[in-house]
Design a protein. Structure first.
Length: 125
């Protein structure tokens, strides 16, 4: 039986202004992302990360990742949903998923450290 596939879409940590996220840094978020992808793989998922910019190529990068293969679940990172200025980018990414991957479950993490838990709410490995 094939492994369930997961794509985690989030903002490239080096582009984030962490003043809105006390206690987080580029290095810490980068390490959380890598650790969560590895955790998903260890749990039996086939997991990929897609880090996007703040708008210039975000849609093209996300669309390319979504078109590369079928994903059973797409995780949208908390940094893409907050702060409010990212609402339109968040909407564009959600609509890309909705149009291009209609059978894919969508889930949301609350921090870069709970991605695996978000995935488990929707699909088993």
């Amino acid at each position: 039986m094939a492994k369930k596939t997961v794509l985690a879409i989030g903002i490239e940590p080096s582009l984030v202004d962490f003043s809105a996220f006390p206690g987080l840094t580029t290095e810490l978020v980068t390490s959380y992302i890598k650790a969560q992808i590895e955790k998903l793989r260890a749990m039996g998922y086939e997991a990929d990360s897609c880090l996007i910019d703040l708008g210039y190529t975000a849609e093209a990068v996300a669309a390319a990742a979504l078109g590369a293969k079928h994903y059973d679940c797409v995780v949208i990172g908390a940094g893409l949903r907050k702060p409010r200025e990212r609402l339109q980018l968040f909407e564009r990414i959600i609509n890309l998923i909705h149009l291009g991957a209609t059978q894919t479950r969508i889930c949301f993490n609350t921090t870069p450290a709970d991605t695996a838990e978000a995935v488990q709410r929707w699909i088993e490995p």
